[in-house]
Design a protein around this ligand. Structure first.
Ligand SMILES: *Cc1c(COP(=O)(O)O)cnc(C)c1O
Length: 367
């Protein structure tokens, strides 16, 4: 049996007719940038979250940059970011001229350790940028109270966590603004690049919309310099089709994760994902921890099971941040996790037989 890490073709074939129709409509109308398809998607995406504004942008990384810039973050400022993370948040912080400040992970959840944040807040700190890694919300209520106490912006990176919840409330609705990515393999994936920003702040929404489109507030009126970062009509029309299924695809992911966790429960050498009681984890990734990670990965590969590592090095240990002299002792959990994490195949169309095969293979390896 072959178990690919992810397979985007199965999902496409299940909605092929609708996607083809959406593509045809866009081409027949000849509206490729701006216009009704993007407006419809933005309206639906905002409504689904109960947030006032959605602005489609070119990708999730741009979404983070645009939020930081329009909140006025730049040289001399610091932004608090989880150490165990994809690079977008830190590289975009640097691009604004501000300094990323890395915080170690929570020992159980892979997300930012909120108890470590206050000690690193300085007069320069402007924002906290939690990342709901793998699909599990960061400790959002605690983060909100830290932000209130120190007068900081809260910017959510929801690239891996669309429609995840804390206490019944969707991620992306807790802070000043939130960034989403529609990279093809994300829980809501486009057929190419795409991203969006959510905010309920009218003023900020206006700035974001202008900044993402050359600073234009109306045709040829540039209130500021900006960038060109737009979600195009074709992606928007296809995303509108997929948006209807996102919730049910998330439920499939959760079912698969539950099956994995129950089958792996008795494997002493494997730590299955810890899910906090107050959250809905949407399992963009199913990540286990084991001290025999590299050997296990090799064994699974020999059985036709593709796995991956998200991510092999925590941000403080990446080349661009070497000059800051970060040490393992400052990030003990992120350092442990980068050596032990393994992402198992997970996508809505995965079958129970495949999951059972993966778990049987893991058990064989440890016997
Ligand atoms: C995918 C991802 C991004 C960036 O999204 P792109 O659309 O690829 O730019 C940002 N943050 C996290 C945590 C991601 O997983």
């Amino acid at each position: 049996m072959n178990v690919p890490f992810v397979d985007l073709k199965i999902q496409y074939s299940s909605i092929k007719e609708e996607i083809r129709e959406a593509i045809n409509r866009v081409f027949e109308d000849g509206i490729f940038v701006g216009g009704k398809y993007i407006q419809q998607f933005e309206k639906d995406f905002a409504a689904l979250h109960g947030v006032k504004h959605c602005i489609g942008v070119g990708n999730g990384t741009n979404a983070i940059f645009i939020i930081l810039k329009t909140l006025g973050i730049g040289a001399g400022d610091e932004v608090i970011i989880p150490a165990h993370n994809w690079i977008s948040a830190s590289e975009m912080t640097t691009l604004t001229g501000a300094q990323p400040v890395f915080i170690d992970s929570d020992p159980r959840t892979f997300t930012i350790n909120v108890s470590k944040i206050e000690a690193d807040i300085t007069k320069r700190t402007k924002a906290i940028l939690p990342v709901h890694l793998y699909g599990q919300p960061s400790h959002l209520h605690e983060l909100q109270s830290i932000c209130r106490k120190f007068n900081l912006y809260l910017i959510e990176d929801c690239a891996q966590s669309i429609l995840a919840e804390e206490n019944g409330k969707h991620v992306g609705t807790f802070g000043n603004a939130a960034a989403f990515s529609f990279y093809p393999s994300k829980n809501l994936g486009a057929y190419g690049d795409g991203g969006a920003i959510l905010t309920s702040d009218d003023n900020l929404a206006k700035k974001i919309r202008a900044y993402a489109n050359h600073g234009m507030v109306e045709k040829n009126v540039h209130a500021m310099e900006g960038v060109n970062s737009r979600l195009d009509s074709l992606q928007a029309a296809m995303l509108s089709v997929k948006l209807k299924y996102t919730q049910s695809w998330n439920e499939k992911r959760i079912q698969h994760a539950n099956l994995y966790s129950s089958l792996l429960r008795d494997v002493a050498s494997v730590n299955t994902p810890y899910v906090r009681e107050s959250v809905k984890h949407v399992f963009h990734l199913y990540v286990i921890r084991t001290e025999k990670r590299d050997a296990l990965q090799k064994y699974l590969s020999s059985k036709g099971i593709q796995t991956s590592i998200h991510y092999p090095l925590a941000l403080p240990f990446l080349e661009p941040y070497q000059s800051d002299n970060h040490s393992q002792e400052n990030f003990p959990i992120a350092y442990r996790d980068q050596q032990q994490i393994l992402s198992l195949p997970l996508y809505p169309e995965l079958t129970d037989e495949q999951i059972i095969f993966v778990c049987d293979s893991i058990k064989e390896f440890f016997h």
